[in-house]
Structure formats: structure tokens, C-alpha cells
Design a protein around this ligand. Structure first.
Ligand SMILES: NC(=O)c1ccc[n+]([C@@H]2O[C@H](COP(=O)([O-])OP(=O)(O)OC[C@H]3O[C@@H](n4cnc5c(N)ncnc54)[C@H](O)[C@@H]3O)[C@@H](O)[C@H]2O)c1
Length: 454
């Protein structure tokens, strides 16, 4: 628990905005001033703005919203103009947070008012709880704005589908926050697997997100939302408002919250959508929870060479092994994670050797069968250092959310492709939300190819 009485969110690299306490950011202006001086030296400031700036607003600058603010102000030419949040405590927190980066914003409680008042916005970041993504995203798209919307795209398949339709009809960009899609290390791994075929024929995969306890947020006891406001926005209690992840009305549960990141990677690396899923889950430990605290799923993907099967689990009572994805073939296996300590290639005994293995500095010295994935060093399979290696190395040092936001901003500015457009986010939403149905029905769920299409 931090000083706000809030637990930290699930592990993500880099400093968490919630480490900055309420006193530091809400009450103590001198702290904000000194933070401002420090941060201004680290990043381009809004004072250096040009007419080419991307004018941004954010809806829902809570825990993840502030992480996105932190990772977006590092991009030159980003200018925050407005924020919207129903909780005055988060309004102030985020406003002061942005002030520290020299972004002066108008503050709103109602997104409709914000969209009506703010006339020169280009794009909006949506970081509200999952059940509101469709409503907020569609309103922004209809207002003619590009949207970066956090994952899970929606807590319902219908919601996610309506977002794809709205993006198409508006002609605006919709990026979904599966940030691994912009991660240089993941791009390196997928190239090694799909182009260089280092795993040979890939037959299996597995993955997990294990954490010691379920994520729970508290709130400063002198700053609750009043009952009327809570009810007006559909929450009933402060606990439901803060711990929306564990309630069915607001979230798709852990398989959507955490699993969506990794199931998205399975489909991306396999270049396919699942054919079927078998799953088991329950509220075995947190008995009063609405959503399962543990889920084990077995996915099946059909490739031209046969069936690829994989096991995935989300557990909230043990952190054993942390979070990662593993791909297994007849020539070797690859472990990859957003946790930068986990990126390895294990070669099968008897697998054919490649010239680059002998020249690589990234060999594990133990037995020449285990390799650490290092960007810029093992990039080419033929032993040649890629001339872009150093540039990629520098990119790979950036935080995952920063890379994904940069991908979005580049698409807005230059028309470059989004790495997770609405259609991709939708396929992932279908792939994870059906798991809950499989658990409920105690049956294997068979996906129809048409349910991945809008
Ligand atoms: N990509 C990632 O790695 C990652 C990590 C964590 C969370 N997320 C996603 O980010 C989103 C937010 O998660 P969080 O952990 O920051 O939750 P949070 O509860 O800390 O933040 C949500 C914010 O939305 C505000 N809000 C609620 N209802 C609103 C409404 N009707 N209008 C305006 N504001 C409203 C809340 O006051 C709060 O400030 C979720 O979709 C979550 O899945 C993504």
C-alpha cells in the first residue's frame, strides 16, 4: 500500500506516477515547482510548442492514465489541452502532474462538455475503466478526434465491435493499448520466429501472469466521491468505483485485464486467431470476488502444418514465475516478456547450427544452447550486424508504453500504420472474452472465423 492507501498496479517497468504522493502533488506547490524544474530538464515542454503540435486530451487520468501522460510528454510536440475525470481527487492529481510538465489544461467532469468546449483537439487518450471504453471512444471519434484507448478494448464483444464500426465510419485512428505490439524486443522475437524460423516448426506455446495478490486500490478517506455522484456514474460504492476490475459490470475479469496482453501476443506470433479454447477458473481464494481469481485456459490454433496448442494462466495468489510468453518448436524455444529480464532462445539438442550463433556475443557461456535476446546484436541470422542495430538498441531502451504512444502519434502526424488498430484489438477481445464463457459453460468454446470480423 502506498501513502494514499492504494496498492500499486500490476508490474510495469519504470516509475509509477502513484509513487508521487497526494501531498507532493495536490497540496505542496513548492514540491510541484521543484518537480517541474526537474522534469522540464528531462523532456520537451509545452512552452516550446509549434503549430504542428498534437493537441491532446485525456479521459480517466487514474493510475494508468498518468502512466500514459508520463510516457507521452516525452514525445516532442505533444500538448495537453484538457482532462476529464469524475473524481475531483484525480482531476487535481492529474492537473498538477501535467503542470509539472508545463502543460496547462482545462478540467472537466463530463466528457460531453469537454468535447463541446475544446475546439482545437486532435486526439484523446481514453484510460477509463473498461466498461466505459466504447462510450468514451465512440463519442471522441464522432467528434472527429483520433483515439488511443487502453486495453481491454471493451468488457463486451458488442462494445468492442461498435468501436471498430465507429472508427471506420469516422475515418479517424483508433489505437488499442496492447503496447507489446510496438515493443522492439517483441518485434525482434517475432522476426526470429516467423522469418528466420529459429524455432523450426512451432507446435506449442504457453504463458502466464502470476501475481501474489489481487490488485486493489484504496482512496484517501477524506476524498471520497459523494454517493450522488457515484450513483450518477453507475458505481454504487467507492469500492466498486476503485476496484472495478473485480466486478462483472465493469470488467471482463483477469483474463481480459492481464490475459488480453498475452493472448494478443499468441495470435500475433502465430499469425492466426484461435480455433477453440478450453478453460477452468474460479473464485477459489477471494471468495467474495465477482470475477475469477484464477483462470487456466488451453488454446488451439490451426496452422497449415497442423494444430498448435498452448496453455495460459492468470493467478492472483502466487507470483511464481511472474509474467512471460513462451513459444516452442522442434528446433528450439523462445521466452519473451515485457519484463526485460526475460528474453531467451533455447536451442534443441541436434538443431542445425547457424553461422550467427558462433559469432554472437549473446551466447550463454554455459553450453551454447541458451541465448539471451539482445537488440542490435543478434538481429540478423547470417552473422551480420544490422546497420540499424544501434538505433534499435536506443529505441529498445524506451518504456513499452512510450513506444506504443509514439506509434500512435506518428500515425496521427505522418499516416504511418498503427501497430494495434481497432480490428486487431477486436480480435483479441473476442479471443479473451470467450474464455469466461468457456469457464461458465464448463465446455470447450469453438470460435467461428466470422466472429473475428466486423
Ligand atoms: N496497457 C497497460 O499496461 C495497462 C495497465 C494498467 C491499466 N490499463 C488499463 O487502463 C484503464 C484504466 O485503468 P486504471 O488502473 O488506471 O484504473 P483507475 O481506476 O486508476 O483509473 C480510471 C480513471 O477513470 C476515472 N473515471 C471513472 N469513471 C469515469 C467517467 N464516467 N468519466 C470520466 N472518468 C471516469 C476514474 O476516476 C479514474 O481516474 C483500464 O482500461 C485498464 O485496463 C492498461
Amino acid at each position: 500500500m502506498d501513502k494514499q492507501g492504494c496498492q500499486q498496479p500490476h508490474p510495469r517497468p519504470g516509475p509509477d506516477p502513484q509513487e508521487l504522493t497526494r501531498r507532493e502533488f495536490v497540496q505542496n506547490t513548492s514540491m510541484a515547482a521543484s518537480a517541474s524544474a526537474l522534469l522540464a530538464s528531462m523532456t520537451a515542454t509545452a512552452e516550446e510548442a509549434t503549430p504542428d503540435d498534437i493537441n491532446l486530451a485525456i479521459i480517466g487520468p487514474g493510475s494508468q492514465g498518468r502512466n500514459l501522460i508520463l510516457n507521452s510528454v516525452k514525445t516532442p510536440g505533444i500538448r495537453y489541452k484538457a482532462l476529464c475525470d469524475i473524481w475531483p481527487y484525480h482531476q487535481n492529481y492529474a492537473k498538477n502532474y501535467l503542470k509539472a510538465y508545463k502543460h496547462s489544461v482545462n478540467v472537466y467532469s463530463d466528457y460531453r462538455e469537454m468535447l463541446a468546449q475544446e475546439k482545437d483537439l486532435d486526439a484523446v487518450i481514453v484510460a477509463t475503466p473498461d466498461w466505459l471504453h466504447a462510450e468514451h471512444t465512440i463519442a471522441c471519434l464522432k467528434a472527429g478526434l483520433h483515439v488511443y484507448c487502453e486495453k481491454e478494448m471493451s468488457n463486451t464483444i458488442e462494445g468492442a465491435k461498435s468501436m471498430v464500426v465507429a472508427a471506420r465510419e469516422s475515418g479517424k485512428l483508433l489505437q488499442i493499448g496492447h503496447q507489446r505490439r510496438s515493443n522492439i524486443r517483441y518485434h525482434h522475437a517475432i522476426k526470429l520466429i516467423t522469418k528466420d524460423k529459429v524455432l523450426g516448426q512451432m507446435n506449442h506455446f504457453s504463458g502466464q501472469w502470476n501475481r501474489a495478490k489481487r490488485l486493489e486500490f484504496g482512496w484517501p478517506k477524506d476524498e471520497p466521491l459523494d454517493e450522488e455522484t457515484l450513483k450518477k456514474f453507475g458505481y454504487d460504492t467507492m469500492d466498486r468505483f476503485r476496484n472495478w476490475r473485480w466486478y462483472r459490470k465493469f470488467s471482463g475479469g483477469p483474463i481480459a485485464d492481464l490475459g488480453s496482453h498475452q493472448v494478443d501476443v499468441f495470435s500475433w506470433f502465430l499469425e492466426a486467431n484461435p480455433k477453440a479454447v478450453l478453460a477452468s477458473g474460479g473464485t477459489d481464494y477471494y471468495k467474495k470476488s465477482e470475477w475469477y481469481d484464477n483462470i487456466l485456459a488451453i488454446y488451439e490454433y490451426e496452422k497449415e502444418y497442423g494444430m498448435v496448442r498452448g496453455a495460459y494462466q492468470v493467478l492472483n495468489t502466487t507470483s511464481h514465475g511472474g509474467f512471460y510468453e513462451t513459444f516452442m518448436g522442434d528446433q528450439g524455444s523462445m521466452v519473451i516478456s515485457e519484463d526485460t529480464r526475460k528474453g531467451f532462445f533455447f536451442k534443441e539438442v541436434g538443431a542445425k547450427s547457424r553461422e550467427w550463433e558462433e559469432q554472437s556475443e549473446t551466447f550463454d557461456k554455459m553450453d551454447k544452447k541458451a541465448f539471451e535476446l539482445k537488440i542490435g546484436e543478434t538481429l540478423t541470422p547470417d552473422g551480420k550486424k544490422d546497420p540499424k542495430g544501434q538505433q534499435l538498441l536506443a529505441e529498445s531502451q524506451k518504456k513499452p508504453h512510450q513506444l506504443h504512444l509514439e506509434n500512435f502519434f506518428s500515425a496521427v502526424r505522418n499516416g504511418t500504420p498503427l501497430s494495434c488498430p481497432a480490428e486487431v484489438g477486436f480480435e483479441t477481445a473476442v479471443s479473451v472474452l470467450r474464455v469466461n464463457e468457456a469457464v461458465e459453460e464448463q465446455q470447450k468454446y469453438f470460435f467461428k472465423p466470422e466472429e473475428f470480423k466486423v
